[in-house]
Write a protein that binds this ligand. Sequence first.
Ligand code: ATP
Ligand code: MG
Ligand code: MG
Length: 594
Amino acid sequence: DPTKPSNFLRNVIENDLELGVYAARKWGGSPGDAQHHAQGMLDPAKVRTRFPPEPNGYLHIGHAKSIWLNFELAKKYCGVCHLRFDDTNPEKEEQEYVDSIRDAVKWLGYETCLADSPVAPGTLQPHEYFASDYFDFMYRAAEYLIIAGLAYVEEQTPEQMRAARGDFNTPGTDSPFRTRSPDENLARFRQMRDGELVDGAAILRAKIDMANPNINLRDPALYRIRRATHHNTGDKWCIYPMYTFAHPIEDALEQITHSIATLEFEDQRPFYDWLLYRLAEGGLIASPHPRQYEFARLNVTHMVTSKRKLRQLVEDGHVDGWDDPRMPTLAGLRRRGYTPEALRLFCERSGVTKSGGWIDYASLEATLRDTLDPIAPRAMAVLDPVKLVITNWAELMGSDASLDDCTAPVNPRDPEGGMRRFKIGREVWIERTDYEDVQPKGFFRLFPGNKVRLKYGHTIVCTGATRDADGKLVEVQATLMPDTKSGTPGADAVKVKGNITWVAVADAVPVEVRLYERLFTTEQPGSGELLDELNKASLVTCSAFAEPSLALAKVGGAGFQFERHGYFVLDAKASHDGKLVFNRAAGMRDSQGK
Ligand code: ATP
Ligand code: MG
Ligand code: MG
């Protein structure tokens, strides 16, 4: 819960609110188009957070944590959270990714904040923010730094720059271009912008301190030349801002108050502040500026949370797309049967801390079970079917063809959930693993002479089985014990130790079932060679029989608990034209650790 005291961010925000830090925010000089970018009149006192994905891939479970944290904190303090596409890198970004991110955020249950509609001023509508909308402002900010003597055009080769940067133990050395005059720098920067220099010929650098112990302050790059078509600005620009320069400006223009990043960005914070102090001094942005806070990223065992690595899996065909149900993407988890409620609860349970670590995959599954158990309709399904014949059926029921009705609660934890109905007849499908010729120790299901209950049906006595020439089980036989039907008086007079699931051959619905195991065999995939750690048996497909209530399953509808087998959802892509394909989201208990 982002509202619990253990979440250190809550203390930071409450302190800022108490002191009125952002309510007192002032524009330094002439705000110009900075205020325009901020989308009309913003209430300066509001807590503003943002979720700023780069649209270069699909969101994964790690992003869910960031979405949850930023949106829930905003909600808690009556603030707003901006969904901002951090699209300053023209080569890797695509509209498909923008769309998938928008869908995922919405699906998780969050709506970006309202802002003045650009087409109908005065009307509020959910507003999406794009970093590329600020390219003009960023360019102006760069010129401001040049004029103020705080930035210069660097024309050393990348090798020379690397050598001059020094390292953790060695201070860097000043570039020969560092002493150029502001006028010279300005003219040269404009040549960069106007396409007069080739890609890579020059960069714009901040002029800070080549000897600073923090390497990020050794004159970091602000702009580079890159002739690439941008998904939003097309070919307007051939220079693009670096992420470290762009991101603080994006936050400042949107009047973000608390800019929440993962721990890797801690070393960037001094530059974030350096830049925003300089821009506030120049009157380009308001003051006090947003502050960056860092928390530990979410890592889940057996899962990869790097878009680059996930893209590799997709592009090399190791999985069936970004939304493969084995993928840790939100699109994949959704198809797999995860619900927004379960993922939000998982984020909450994983906590917000300053020290990293790995969360066990089992706890993700446990969260899904905890949320689905009270609400998921139950159903019986036989995943590895073999036929059971009740040989005395006609004798007791009048004819081989006669059927009897059985009922079971839709969900025993929900008394108002009603009952489900299905048939029982002479032939039923049972699990192959429910029969043994000779009783193994501790096995109380079918073996000759043993009594078991067909769950919600009758008690039967196993009489034998038939095998084919290869020894494969083809049929199990049993006799039904009269007056043992579940729910009738005296039904429990005969005590049994085994209770098995089944579906009648007469009303069974054929379905395909996809069982998933972890995509990676290793706990922390990627520490070695990623592809060697892929689980070759991460998908097992079987032809199953399910009870008739499952014929009503809907794509996008709630998941089911298949009794004994776990939680399943209709696959949104593979189910069509009457074909029912169910994905197993999670087993009944943590059994996948093997
Ligand atoms: P990747 O390394 O997978 O590309 P990223 O951090 O580069 O991830 P962005 O699109 O920049 O991806 O991420 C958007 C936001 O999501 C950032 O604020 C980032 O801090 C956050 N985020 C990404 N991964 C995680 C994670 N594993 N745990 C928590 N937050 C995360
Ligand atoms: Mg990133
Ligand atoms: Mg990254």
